[in-house]
Design a protein around this ligand. Structure first.
Ligand SMILES: *Cc1c(COP(=O)(O)O)cnc(C)c1O
Length: 592
């Protein structure tokens, strides 16, 4: 099976998390879903890639919500052998002075149009390793700083060595976020200037060559969000391989030869590492920036913010997209198949949705998707939502900057709006086990739901995953997004909603700065530069005066609501899809 992937040069795509399918819990949220959509689009477009990630045998976690509305975390163990095949190759990386062995599972991602892409899931749970090392690839985003650094060595350095051992020919490396930036150190080790060309004191590394080979997508618009490691930790974990004077060794050609071959030889000296990754701490974003010729943010606004954060670096913008087939409900797939048959390969076709698809057919497809959600809600919570009453949806990672509580900041106002025109609310999302603020938000949301009892039905679906997300983005009537600016680099769930004719009601941040045409594709909350403290009032005003009246306004404006649904499809789904995103990466980053 592997052999068929080796005959052609590939783009290696490195990501700490990847959402391959619902049964494989190797993702935590939007970043992993984006990685999955990247490879799914590559499969449809027949763009040869190989994805590299960790096997995360215990997954992220399975979320249960207890009677008090508190998150309870359970391991989400999965059996790689059920979905992937073990590969023979094993390589070692140096961690804390010992060799840690790494094997891999081959998962073959099968696109719905027949394309195949290999995904390597790295695994340290091998007999050769001592107990603690066997657990390095168990928990996605688990453990402490040291554990994370070990994972990033396995992903970056281990991933590179495994690709080589398996016989892949790689034409370009793409780092999805900074977690995999250590791969660049392995590349530096491979691309050394010939020793005879070096003058004393000159860097032995062919950095320009390495930079040509690498692209880096940053996802974090705040400095504090970037992965960084104290050099104490780095010295402890990587000490014996960075405290070597490479230039001195290279003065002796026999040494140089050895340093290319043996696993425990230096890949970079500490001075060079500090030069590339920051003097005070090893900043993975800095490292990735310095090792990549092509750097991009995930939306136009995010690229601007990143340029300010990293003066002197050229930061391109490739706005994210979502995978058309994956995120479109069955009823809408059938609708598009009928009216715009090539939409799956060429989602640009959807620009014609506003003129070419009858209103009644759009509404009927939505009614079906809403029914599917209502049934799921009843099965999971026992609550019967009303099919004729609009549903507001909010589901994503639960963390402070996403402000899931904004909608609930004035309960009396919310009740007053609902007494005029009723609506229902569906929520979902996991908080990182160590994000106390995020976990508190989940509790608060449950308290708010109780306070609204009898006036606004509110349900919280536990264990948000790809399947729940798919039902939610299609089955609600309005997709709500209320991040604190400028923290939402892109956001992708609103794009998924657009594929299902669900308009967004959103703060102008991330993708929505590009996607929002007021009253045409959805609605803005506040303005792009607005003060955050006015957002709650802006949200209530818009909901009360614009969104709900339009939804209920059949008599005054028949088809008014459906026009916005079609606006979301024709103007947003046609553009904010991962096919467009991958065509851009291919022509602007991979082939240069
Ligand atoms: C799409 C998706 C996300 C990302 O949602 P944002 O609104 O972009 O934060 C998170 N979790 C799951 C399960 C998703 O499918």
């Amino acid at each position: 099976m592997l052999d068929e992937f080796l005959h052609i040069e590939r783009i290696a795509y490195f990501s700490m998390e990847i959402a391959l399918r619902n049964e494989i819990p190797t993702y935590a949220g939007g970043l992993g879903v984006l990685a999955g959509d990247t490879v799914r689009s590559a499969a449809d477009l027949e763009l040869p890639m190989v994805a590299v990630s960790l096997v995360s045998r215990q997954g992220y976690f399975r979320q249960e919500i207890d009677a008090q509305g508190r998150q309870v975390e359970h391991p989400a163990s999965w059996e790689p052998e059920r979905f992937a095949q073990p590969l023979d190759a094993k390589i070692a990386v140096p961690i804390e002075g010992r060799a840690v062995w790494i094997g891999a599972w081959l998962y073959v991602l099968e696109g719905h149009m027949g394309g195949l892409q290999p995904v390597l899931l790295l695994d340290t749970d091998l007999e050769e390793n001592r107990r603690e090392d066997r657990e390095i690839t168990h928990h996605l985003y688990g453990g402490d700083e040291t554990y994370r650094l070990k994972q990033e060595i396995v992903l970056g350095v281990g991933g590179m060595r495994l690709l080589q051992a398996l016989g892949f020919t790689i034409r370009h490396y793409h780092m999805n976020e900074g977690h995999s930036a250590l791969l660049g150190l392995e590349l530096l080790r491979r691309y050394l200037y010939p020793p005879e060309d070096l003058r004393p004191g000159e860097s032995p590394y062919d950095l320009p060559r390495v930079r040509e080979l690498c692209s880096f997508t940053t996802h974090t618009p705040v400095e504090a969000g970037h992965d960084r490691f104290a050099y104490d930790t780095v010295q402890r974990v990587l000490g014996n391989v960075i405290n070597v004077d490479i230039a001195q060794r290279l003065a002796n050609p026999a040494e140089a030869q050895r340093s290319r071959l043996s696993f425990d030889e230096a890949f970079v000296d500490l001075a060079t590492l500090k030069h590339l990754a920051g003097e005070d701490s090893l900043n993975m974003t800095r490292l990735a920036l310095n090792l990549s010729e092509y750097v991009n943010g995930v939306a136009k606004r995010h690229a601007e913010v990143s340029k300010k954060m990293f003066p002197g670096y050229r930061v391109h913008a490739v706005t994210n997209g979502v995978h058309p087939f994956t995120w479109t409900a069955e009823s809408f797939r059938q609708l598009y198949d009928r009216y715009l048959p090539s939409w799956c390969h060429e989602p640009e076709q959807l620009v014609r949705a506003d003129c070419c698809i009858p209103d009644a057919a759009v509404w009927e497809a939505h009614v079906q998707a809403k029914q599917a959600l209502i049934e799921k809600v009843r099965a999971l919570t026992g609550v019967a939502l009303h099919p004729k009453v609009p549903i507001l949806g909010f589901a994503r990672r639960m963390t402070a900057y996403k402000r899931p509580d904004l909608l609930f900041s004035d309960i009396e106002r919310l009740k007053a709006i609902a007494q005029q025109r009723s609506f229902q609310i569906v929520l979902a999302g996991k908080a990182h086990p160590r994000d106390e603020g995020g976990k508190r938000l989940i509790e608060q949301l449950h308290a708010r739901a109780r306070a609204l009892e009898g006036v606004v039905p509110v349900v919280y679906l536990p264990d948000h995953d790809m399947d729940i997300a798919r039902l939610l983005v299609a089955g609600v009537d309005i997709w709500l997004n209320t991040p604190l600016r400028p923290f939402e680099a892109s956001g992708t769930s609103g794009m998924k909603a657009a594929f299902n004719g669900v308009p967004s009601l959103s703060v102008l941040d991330g993708w929505w700065v590009e996607g929002c045409i007021e009253g045409v594709t959805g609605w803005a909350i506040g303005n792009a530069a607005g003060a955050d403290d006015g957002d709650a009032r802006a949200l209530y005003d818009k909901l009360e005066q614009v969104v709900l009246p339009l939804y209920y306004g059949y008599e005054r404006e028949p088809g008014g609501w459906i026009r916005v649904m079609k606006g979301a499809i024709s103007k947003n789904a046609s553009y904010f899809n991962s096919h467009r995103m991958m065509r851009r990466y291919a022509t602007e980053a991979y082939i240069r």
